[in-house]
Design a protein around this ligand. Structure first.
Ligand SMILES: NC(=O)c1ccc[n+]([C@@H]2O[C@H](COP(=O)([O-])OP(=O)(O)OC[C@H]3O[C@@H](n4cnc5c(N)ncnc54)[C@H](O)[C@@H]3O)[C@@H](O)[C@H]2O)c1
Length: 341
């Protein structure tokens, strides 16, 4: 039985909590034993909403050992792994502490605030011979899994162009508003757009260069609206955009349109449609399991069977951060193409 400590019970931590409850109910060999959050009000069920999820849900926290200090939790509990759903600027420090205590780590995306921190996380995982996985959840999102299968199998030939978008209202729910402080979150570019950066890296590998136009709208929050062209040697046209200033009743949207030599895949309004150039469009059957559930289940399987975290290697998620850093540099230079290191 794997014993888990969950750190951070904010918007994303609660999604993780629900998945541990589900996995335990299904008889999976995992047990959430401890939860840590610096804000004790969370243990009284006082939550603030995010762009997905439900704040009215309540949980039975009496089943868990509760901590407001991460160090104390690491000191007192006998855990197999920690699940880190803390603000981004705390990912590296919390991950390295747990690895150095001999624990495996599942940490939310983005991997860390900087690629230097990512490198230190990987070093610590190697030095302690422990597994580290980052929750880049689109690698487990059913419609994006179908897209990956089309790209890898070549059944529609090569990709000629692709467009990705994600956006919604400004996140105003986070702990001490960390999401809107660039030094802590990296703005929409690192927090939200990173999902599409990681998808592009996962599907097509590291681009040679990026050219980014981006703008800051909310004082101090970094780049809030982003558009990046990803430059590949074969010339395919790849663009991703993000905007977290779509307020009012907009809600949240994520979509993609990927064009291949022999057809295209379009995901919008939560539905994937496949358009073969020489036949009828169709809607494929996709898994109904949530990516947040599947990613944790996958990590547990890697631990139980001592398998490498092949779908989301930390080296790959660090590369994603390096691409995002090149985007920031390009945006700072008003769109001048910047090499990805
Ligand atoms: N995969 C996804 O789709 C997705 C979606 C949203 C957020 N996230 C990621 O999840 C992480 C958390 O984001 P969030 O939206 O849940 O933020 P949040 O502010 O809602 O939650 C963070 C929680 O951490 C707690 N916390 C802060 N400092 C702490 C400390 N030192 N020790 C213990 N607890 C502490 C806060 O009290 C809060 O409950 C971020 O990295 C974010 O990018 C991922």
């Amino acid at each position: 039985m794997l014993k888990v400590g969950l750190v951070g019970i904010g918007f994303m931590g609660r999604t993780h909590l629900e998945n541990y409850i589900k996995l335990e109910q299904e008889g999976y060999p995992v047990k959430l034993v401890a939860i840590c959050d610096v804000d004790p009000q969370k243990f009284e069920g006082k939550f603030v909403g995010g762009n997905i999820g439900d704040t009215s849900k309540q949980y039975d926290f009496s089943k868990y050992n509760l901590y407001t200090s991460y160090d104390e939790m690491l000191e007192k509990e006998k855990l197999d792994f920690v699940d880190i759903a803390l603000p981004t600027y705390l990912h590296a420090e919390a991950t390295i502490k747990a690895l150095n205590k001999g624990l495996h780590v599942f940490c939310e995306k983005p991997m860390a605030r900087t690629s230097e921190e990512c490198a230190k996380m990987i070093e610590a995982a190697k030095a302690n011979n422990k597994k580290l996985m980052i929750g880049q959840c689109l690698r487990f999102w059913p419609e994006y899994e179908v897209l990956k299968e089309y790209v890898d199998s070549g059944k529609f030939g090569k990709v000629t162009g692709a467009y990705f978008f994600r956006g919604g209202g400004t996140p105003i729910w986070s702990h001490e508003n960390w999401l809107l402080i660039n030094e802590k979150s990296g703005g929409a570019l690192l927090d939200q757009h990173i999902h599409d950066v990681d998808t592009i890296n996962w599907l097509f590998g590291k681009p040679e260069k990026v050219s980014t136009s981006a703008v800051n709208v909310i004082p101090g929050s970094g780049y809030d609206i982003v558009s990046t062209n990803y430059i590949y040697p074969d010339g395919k046209v790849i663009n991703a955009q993000d905007d977290w200033t779509l307020n009012g009743d907009f809600g949240f949207e994520m979509l993609f349109r990927v064009n291949f030599e022999k057809g295209s895949l379009i995901y919008k309004d939560g539905k994937l449609t496949i358009y073969p150039n020489d036949g009828k469009a169709f809607v494929p059957e996709v898994s109904t399991e949530s990516a947040y559930y599947k990613e944790i289940k996958y990590f547990i399987d890697c631990l139980i069977n001592d398998k490498p975290v092949e779908i989301v290697p930390p080296e790959s998620t660090m590369e994603t951060i390096k691409i995002a850093e090149a985007e920031v540099e390009s945006a700072d230079k008003k769109g001048v193409p910047v090499e990805v290191k």
